[in-house]
Design a protein around this ligand. Structure first.
Ligand code: AMO
Length: 427
């Protein structure tokens, strides 16, 4: 057996026999005593020895080598965690090369690029590892909420014959002798499946955007959490996301308290997330003297609106609703000649979600496609709209953006295990 206990499970009972395993963080000799700090996934353990052969061994082990130690627990109030282990057997399992390629102790600042180059070593720093522990918990909570609300998980193909979101941000791939596209989102599939009679679905998976620009908020591959449900109004969809956000924020405060503390953050769980129509949002921005886009929010505008909501409503979450149709995708339902039933959720100054009510009427959907200058015959999914498609809507949350905003970090690459951008395909 590699180990009998992780650091967090070691019995604080004098004389307990344990076997622990992990990375060698430091070795320090003080007089005739040698201290080795061993680190595993859950924390660190002090190993203390006076034996000459162990002292020699410890001093020769390169830092960050992976070792296993058998020994006896000794209670000692001066040691970390109130105990230490006196070794009886030491096994050096894998020696680390010297020097280490990056300093992940936190003492020396390493650039983000270099940290990502060495991502799996960078994560040996507990604070960096914590990002991905938190992200895993976020996804577990999203899933839990969905099942509590009778949503069914679906897996849709990432190889498609048409670009779902329009625009030029798609990757073409050679699919035998045909051209295929990497899915920009599961949008058309998550809608089409509602024709089956399953009336609430969700999908979690990577989607692909050929974003040619480097920004701190865009990736070429990101994890999209998509939901779609049969419903009649935008408010039903906003209610669903509001409850979802309240659930995951309050649970994260409990389940990930330590991680949130490391990042000096606590999540607010507002009673109500303000709902602001796009037109009103632009009036607010005008009054604040912020430059505006007549069809969409700018990143400056997103920041200013969140600050405004923080002051006025005590929350930096805000739904902005009913955007002009002009810059929105064809599948959204129009409200009138100008606006559509769409929304974005902003959080701490950044869009983390967009969604809306969809056009479920076949003829209207075809009209929308033509209005966007696209050809209905390119959209295979339309067939399913001819046979009693229920009214529906939904949204998609970018998992990395949600993680980024929860932790208050600057660059989306920090919270992405293996970021893909125009220059990066490694590791
Ligand atoms: P949209 O394109 O706005 O909408 O994307 C939804 C959410 O996904 C995240 N996101 C990104 N994250 C990282 N890098 C990117 N390049 C990137 N692009 C988007 C954001 C955004 O809010 N089909 C619709 C959703 C729907 O209507 O259900 C869609 O994909 O958090």
């Amino acid at each position: 057996m590699l180990r009998t206990h992780y650091s967090k499970d070691i019995p604080k009972v004098e004389g307990s026999k344990v076997k622990v395993a992990g990375f060698v963080e430091t070795v320090r000799e003080v007089g005739k005593i040698c201290f080795l700090i061993l680190r595993d996934r859950y924390g660190t353990i002090q190993i203390t020895t006076k034996e000459k052969n162990f002292i020699k061994m410890f001093k020769d082990i390169p830092r960050e080598s992976f070792i296993a130690i058998e020994g006896n627990v000794t209670l000692n109030q001066e040691a970390r965690n109130g105990f230490e282990i006196i070794p009886t057997n030491v096994e050096i399992i894998t020696k680390a090369e010297k020097p280490l390629p990056i300093d992940f102790s936190g003492k020396i600042k390493t650039t983000l690029e270099k940290r990502i180059d060495w991502r799996f070593l960078d994560m040996r720093n507990p604070k960096n590892m914590a990002i991905f522990l938190l992200q895993s918990e976020i996804v577990a909570l999203l899933t839990e909420f969905m099942h509590r609300n009778n949503f069914v998980r679906i897996f849709t193909s990432r190889l498609t014959d048409a670009a779902t979101e329009g625009g030029a941000e798609y990757f073409k791939v050679l699919y035998f002798d045909k051209t295929a596209y990497l899915a920009q989102s599961p949008q058309l599939y998550k809608e089409a499946i509602l024709a089956s009679g399953i009336d609430r679905v969700y999908d979690i998976g990577f989607v692909y955007r050929a974003e040619p620009h480097h920004t701190p908020r865009h990736l070429c591959e990101y994890a999209s959490f998509d939901i779609e449900m049969v419903c009649k109004s935008l408010d039903e969809i906003l209610d669903m996301e509001e409850n979802l956000i309240k659930f995951i924020f309050s649970e994260l405060n409990k389940r990930c308290e330590e991680i949130l503390k490391m990042y000096k953050t606590k999540l607010e769980t507002p009673e109500k997330i303000p709902r602001i129509e796009f037109k009103r949002a632009n009036k607010i921005l005008k009054s604040l003297g912020i430059e505006r886009d007549p069809y969409d929010l700018t990143s400056e505008g997103e920041k200013a609106l969140c600050n405004y909501c923080k002051e006025k409503y005590g929350t930096s979450l805000a739904f902005v609703t009913e955007f002009p149709f002009k810059k929105k995708p064809f599948y959204l339902m129009k409200k009138d000649n100008e606006l559509c039933y769409s929304f974005d959720l902003l959080f701490n100054g950044m869009e983390i979600t967009s969604g809306g009510v969809r056009e479920h009427r076949y003829e209207e959907r075809v009209k929308n496609i033509i209005e966007k200058g696209l050809s209905p015959e390119h959209y295979d999914h339309l067939r399913f709209w001819k046979y009693g498609m229920p009214p529906h809507g939904g949204f998609a949350i970018g998992i990395e953006r949600l993680t980024l905003q929860i932790l208050g970090l600057e660059n989306i690459r920090e919270v992405t295990l293996l970021p893909r951008d125009p220059e990066r395909l490694k590791p």
